[in-house]
Design a protein around this ligand. Structure first.
Ligand code: PLP
Length: 382
């Protein structure tokens, strides 16, 4: 029996593409050799890992040797932050934004307990920050700026390329958490000018538990995983061959379909958001006027218990999220909305609707039919 879902939670995770499932099944079946083994079976696995590395390098305009496969976005950002601070312990100032994911926030908080100074750039109600703030924050002892490319809750894009230019002038390294950006907008490490970039396969129709860190040639990191010499000594442990093969296929699909996928997602978003504004006249779409991902809508609803709405929608088979999936279940106000100054008490919370290149217009229309029914059902002012 298969369950039918109307899946609008693609920023939490995506369904693996059929081609990804096929490539991974094949890898599980035939590529069970250890890539470090000298025999032919092992070398087949090593070849598959090398091919995925080339596919990823092509997709983000990096060199294959600049990529470290990890268990996902969280590990990639931990490796970037801890790996760099351990490699250059003399510089003890770090800069970030106030809307980062915990995968960046938590490592930085831990470093603060070890005496590091962390400057968090404030954002305005549009999720943007003034580059002059960054300019003022950069100092001779600044080691790293970590800025996400696209926010997971709002989809708002941060000015990473502009920030990277300022960093280069000051000789400060820059990392970007691009986990939400890949597959939705073009991501080119040369155009961005970043030194480190984190990504995660399950956000672009690849498998969970597999991601990568781009490390610009010449940037030295300390490994966070000690053991054998895989991934140039930067990530010990036998490679997740099926996961890496799945990531390779997922980025191959991104490279092949991005412009069309972007257009499609934009059209779905235009239809959805114009209808939402009619439907919930006192609701607000966060960051409506600023550059955003083409697949994300964060809808703030007045006097609505969004956790209850989520459950009511779920009873109709609709999957959405209230803010970040990592925080759903915890009835705390979204840190991102707080940072944007949009956590006023008249607004109960926000519903995050996120679609993908596989979402259809018919699914958007079904969501638009179900939403008012679910809203009527809860009728529970906060
Ligand atoms: N960074 C952002 C912006 C995310 O949205 C997520 C996942 O929700 C992560 C990092 C963590 O990635 P992963 O689940 O691969 O560890």
């Amino acid at each position: 029996m298969t369950e039918e879902f109307l899946y609008f939670d693609n920023n939490a995770t995506t369904a693996p593409a059929p081609e990804v499932r096929a490539a991974m099944t094949d890898a599980l079946t035939h590529l069970y050799g250890n890539p470090s083994s000298g025999h032919r079976l092992g070398q087949r696995s090593a070849f598959a890992v090398a091919q995925a590395r080339r596919q990823l390098a092509r997709c983000i305009n990096a060199l294959p040797a600049e990529l470290i496969f990890t268990s996902g976005g969280t590990e990639a950002s931990n490796l970037a932050i801890f790996g760099l601070t351990q490699a250059q312990p003399q510089k003890r100032h770090l800069i970030t934004s106030s809307v980062e994911h915990d995968a960046v926030n938590q490592p930085l908080q831990q470093l603060q307990t070890q005496g590091y100074e962390v400057t968090r750039l404030a954002v305005n109600g549009d999720g943007a920050f003034d580059l002059s703030q960054l300019q003022a924050a950069l100092r001779p002892d600044s080691l790293l700026v970590s800025l996400m490319l696209a926010n997971n809750e709002t989809g708002i894009l941060l000015p990473v390329a502009e920030a990277a230019r300022l960093c280069r002038e000051m000789g400060v390294l820059i990392h970007t958490d691009a986990v939400q950006a890949i597959g939705k907008i073009p991501v080119d490490v040369q155009e961005l000018g970043v030194d480190l970039l984190s990504l995660s396969a399950h956000k672009f129709h690849g498998p969970k538990g597999c991601g990568a860190l781009y490390v610009r040639a010449g940037v030295i990191l300390h490994s966070q995983m000690l053991g054998a010499n895989q991934e140039r000594g930067l990530r010990a442990g036998t490679e997740n061959v099926p996961g890496i093969v799945g990531l390779g296929m997922a980025v191959e699909l991104v490279s092949a379909h991005l412009p069309a996928a972007q257009n499609r997602m934009t059209q779905l978003g235009q239809r959805l958001e114009s209808a939402l504004i009619q439907l919930v006249s006192d609701g607000r779409i966060i960051g409506r006027q600023v550059p955003r991902l083409p697949n994300t809508c964060l809808l703030q609803l007045p006097r609505t218990a969004t956790e209850e709405l989520l459950i009511a929608l779920s009873e109709h088979g609709v999957c959405v999220s209230t803010g970040s999936a990592c925080h759903s279940g915890a009835l705390t106000p979204s840190g991102v909305l707080q940072a944007m100054g949009l956590d006023d008490p008249d607004y109960g919370g926000a519903l995050r609707i996120s679609w993908s290149r596989y979402t259809t217009m018919e699914e958007v229309d079904r969501l638009l039919q179900i939403l008012p029914v679910a809203m009527n059902k809860i009728q529970s002012p906060v």
